[in-house]
Design a protein around this ligand. Structure first.
Ligand code: PBG
Length: 323
């Protein structure tokens, strides 16, 4: 038997050499930490399906953001749970709405961490859909000006970046136009450009109390079977003025992350969603997996696929593990 001439194992022999040739390095700079804020005073209500995550009162949210900042996490993504819901989701653009109050409180007390707001209606409407309903479906064009109104209201409260997640046609253009007209031409838009109608959002809908009361979101969110369509969606958002793009979920869509990254030169985010988090937590609690190793492997794979930024509920733990 001839001896092998090429020996890739030479570069795997020690931790030091593996470290030297490692291609993908996770950093705390990569993380956006999603948080849920509720109107209920003093709340720190555990979310049963997402161990370690809570619905937080504004006071507790501020504490959590301070902790995230001290761990070096550069940004949070905020989701609101309002006191009242109606058919238009009007709390979402109310000056004294839950998000507006939360953004103001965070901006007043914590500096040096970006506050990104999710711009959508599903948490604010009594029917749980992402816009105004007509004939049992979301009316796209009636909802657009309301999305612009919501995003502008977030910017007014002090949001650093707005992130529309409803997958409505023309949402980025409408929001850009609304922000510019209100004088927020410097506020960036992180578009959930490629968002699938995924079952991985289940735990989030408990957390944000945003499950649709009838039907589903398949008339606006994408079919998980499609990837060419993802490129069309991303292209439209680029043309409409998105500053950053997002693919969501992440783990079952790593190929989509790669395709979008190769085609477009905007910074790309990927959302490691609630169901992906819950599966890891459940298996870890049963002692079936090593939580730290699995989590870091997952986050590394999302980055390796092409994501520049990762939205993840693991942000605090991961920041501690890699520091
Ligand atoms: C919509 C929104 C959703 C998520 C983020 N923004 C839910 C949905 O589309 O039903 C899901 C996030 C997750 O599962 O972690 N506001």
């Amino acid at each position: 038997m001839p001896k092998p001439h090429f020996r890739p194992r030479r570069l795997r022999g020690t931790a030091e050499i593996r470290r030297m040739v490692r291609e993908t390095k996770l950093s705390v700079d990569d993380f956006i930490y999603p948080l849920f804020v509720t109107h209920e005073a003093k709340a720190k209500k555990p979310i049963a399906s997402m161990p370690g995550q809570f619905q937080l009162s504004i006071e507790n949210l501020v504490k959590e953001v301070q902790e995230a900042k001290s761990l070096g996490i550069p940004a949070i993504m905020l989701f609101g749970i309002p006191k009242t819901k109606d058919s238009f989701g009007s709390d979402s653009y109310n000056e004294h709405g839950i998000i507006q109050q939360a953004v103001r409180a965070v901006k007043e007390t914590v500096s040096g961490i970006l506050v990104i707001t999710d711009v959508c209606f599903c948490e604010y409407t009594d029917h749980g859909h992402c816009g105004v309903i007509k004939d049992q479906t979301v009316d796209n064009d009636v909802t657009l000006p309301l999305l612009a109104k919501q995003a502008t209201s977030h910017a007014h409260a002090g949001a650093d970046i707005v992130a529309p997640s409803g997958m409505l046609d023309g949402m980025v253009g409408a929001i850009r136009d609304g922000l510019d007209k209100a004088g927020f031409d410097k506020t960036p838009i992180l578009s959930y450009a490629v968002k699938y109608a995924s079952s991985f959002y289940g735990p989030f809908r408990d957390a944000a109390e945003s499950a649709p009361k009838f039907g589903d979101r398949r008339t606006h969110q994408m079919d998980p079977a499609n990837v060419i369509e993802a490129l069309r969606e991303a292209e439209l958002d680029v043309k409409e003025g998105a500053d950053m793009l997002m693919v969501k979920p992440a783990l079952a869509f790593l190929d989509v992350i790669r395709r979008v990254k190769e085609r477009f030169d905007l910074p790309l985010a990927a959302y490691n969603v609630s169901g992906e988090y819950s599966m890891v937590k459940a298996a870890a609690q049963n002692g079936w997996i090593n939580e730290q190793a699995i989590t870091l492997e997952i986050l590394t794979s999302i980055k390796r696929a092409g994501a520049d930024v990762i939205l993840t509920y693991h942000a605090k733990d991961a920041a501690k593990w890699i520091s």
